[in-house]
Design a protein around this ligand. Sequence first.
Ligand code: C2E
Ligand code: MG
Ligand code: MG
Length: 566
Amino acid sequence: MNEFVESRLHFKRKVMVVDDEEINRKILEKILSPEYEVILAENGDEAMALVRENKDTLSIILLDLLMPGTDGFSVLGMIQGDVELKHIPVIVLTSETTAEVQSLKMGAADFIPKPYNVPEVILARIGKTIQLYESIDIVSATQYDELTGLYNKDYFMEYASVIDQYYPDTGMDAIVLDINRFHVLNELYGRAFGDRLLKMIGNSVRGYIMDKKGIACRYNADGFLVYMPHTESPEKLFLAITDHISGELNDARMRIRMGIYPEADKKLDLHKRFDRALFACNSVKGDYSRQIACYDTEMHEQEAYNERLAGDMEKALGERQFIVYYQPKFNIQGDEPYLSSAEALIRWKHPELGMISPGKFIPIFEENGMIRRLDRFVWREAARQVAEWKDKYGIAVPVSVNVSRVDLMKPGFVDEITGILKDCGIGPKEYMLEVTESAYTEDSDRIISIVNELRTLGFTIEMDDFGTGYSSLNMLSSLPIDVLKLDMRFVRDIHENEKDLRMVELIVDIAKYLNLKVVAEGVEKKEQYALLKDAGVHIIQGFYFSRPVPDGEFEKFIEERKGKRV
Ligand code: C2E
Ligand code: MG
Ligand code: MG
């Protein structure tokens, strides 16, 4: 519950009782006055005058329906018809079922049957109605998402907390739905298409949850949240959506993911519950065999581990637990392979958890924004190393560093990198930048303009993990890059799978046409190396030559190269 609701819970609220019979007014006053400030009215006209006078402070009206003169129905009608008054909930007091139904249809919030024999029930009904109206009141101004007609996120969260209050014992599922690479779809097929898709998904979500007492909203442009009573078959929601949009899903690029936190722990903050559903949703991100995941104990442990790493980073930087390793890249197009450059790869020597690979911690730091600090450390360290080797051996071994999408999007990146090189006394030809392919496809305009600027300054840009990020061919021809770094999965089976080999040959051809160099990574076997050489790949990086090693160990490659004098 937000602060505003909370603050409103702690003062004595004003309740108005409208009844023509004095004995009824007295009974209700006696029941209510310990908890509420009570105003009494004995007929419809007096009631309306008092309602107008107290419209900003009145929390609820208890209204007798049968009164001489202006009766309860007329009062209810006048309140509902007045935009300044209709936010005040009205509970009708009656002994007749037909009148109850009619008044509810006219907008009454609830009814209390006469005679008033159980004061606790009356107090409970009044209390709940007040709470419900106050919560809704706050957010109703911006209740809906325009595009899909679902709730917006704030309203959804508020509503979910109201549901929790009213149904504390009902098990609820927190669900997150997400469209993979929605940006790309927008870019490839246009915004109108993206909007249409979101609307269709919104409609199928609404249709599905309607009779299940669930609520839904859109969040972050292409995501949806659902809060609904627990079901054993959450995949039905997923199928309802995919059935509805199957016509649009022909394109393999379009995938929907769903994460469920079933029977969410209500002691946990609501946002946290949806974080868990999101965690489950993200766990199937790169997985082509699964689109649905439930938050379970394994994920819980994973999350705790991630939180631990995030918490330890600051100290680790201070204590120099992070170390930069270097993996050599060899040029293979001559008679004999020779060292051409290196890639800087970070390692974390954690005092308790041991050696942690970047695949485990980089995604966490990308998410929480700490990646910039970590990368800054690597960039500096790598630049310093290039300068040191240059000094010691008299040759420059260019080193490439990984730049995450998050780094590129932050203002000041170009100044930062150029500043580092200047401090270390090296030039952009001795320092290369690897940008993963998916960065280009996610925020292409921004990324392209920054990368263009870097190239103008003389930097070599390598597109990392090429083949995993869905660049289209026409995109490739207009992207500012110098090198394509083939993702490892192209290389893995190249010696056993003819198709993979053809694919690599094709990519090399395209690269030649576009004037790009090709680097293959993940080369482990001699056969792979031979085939890649024949296919025309320029540079190779992989365990076949060497694993990533500490700087001292790397020096043997420099010495070797010096000996060869290439
Ligand atoms: P990447 O940039 O594509 O780096 C190549 C990864 O392949 C490295 O994993 C490397 O150790 C591994 N590798 C190299 N040769 C072989 C091989 O022959 N076989 C196999 N199976 N693997 C090979 P690593 O060091 O675990 O890094 C994983 C990823 O983490 C990197 O992928 C990169 O995306 C990211 N990363 C590493 N260091 C940094 C960093 O300083 N900053 C950022 N932002 N990301 C980093
Ligand atoms: Mg890389
Ligand atoms: Mg790579």
